[in-house]
Ligand binder design. Sequence first.
Ligand code: RP5
Length: 175
Amino acid sequence: VVEARMNSMLVGRGYDGQPAIPPRIGIIMGSDSDLPVMKDASKILTMFGVPHEVRIVSAHRTPELMCSYAASARDRGLQLIIAGAGGMVASLTPLPVIGVPVRSSSLDGMDSLLSIVQMPRGVPVATVAINNATNAGLLAVRILGAGDPDLLARMSQYQEDTREEVLRKAEKLQS
Ligand code: RP5
């Protein structure tokens, strides 16, 4: 129900054959092994009709690419970055950065969580729960929604539909 309604609200926002509009959000990650987690952020942004790009940008393996990506993000029209398994880009862009800790090692994601949430003063990174790229997408929609009434209206509708869906499931369980 939620996704169907969202899709019905996307007509006219580049989703009905019109030319695609430039990305507003960049979803980046250090490796393609993060993609199974980070795809959930892309699903949310697609559901809300927020054009976005998905890139493999590693602070450890391709530091120069990470630096150029972050430094050019605002001028390319991005409004926010969702960073999987790393928040270092936050020191290279004035844009809001949402960090997604990824459970990709024997340390069960704690290594990734601490590396993101413990950023030094002056380099803020909003952090969501380990592997919770869905919440990163929803938080990104809310942040952009502060300046986009249509987007915020879709967030309100999503919340209403989600509540109804939860109540329906609860009633079904109790019946
Ligand atoms: C990080 O190291 C990546 O973002 C990934 O979470 C982890 C393992 O990378 P791979 O060895 O799977 O490429 O930099």
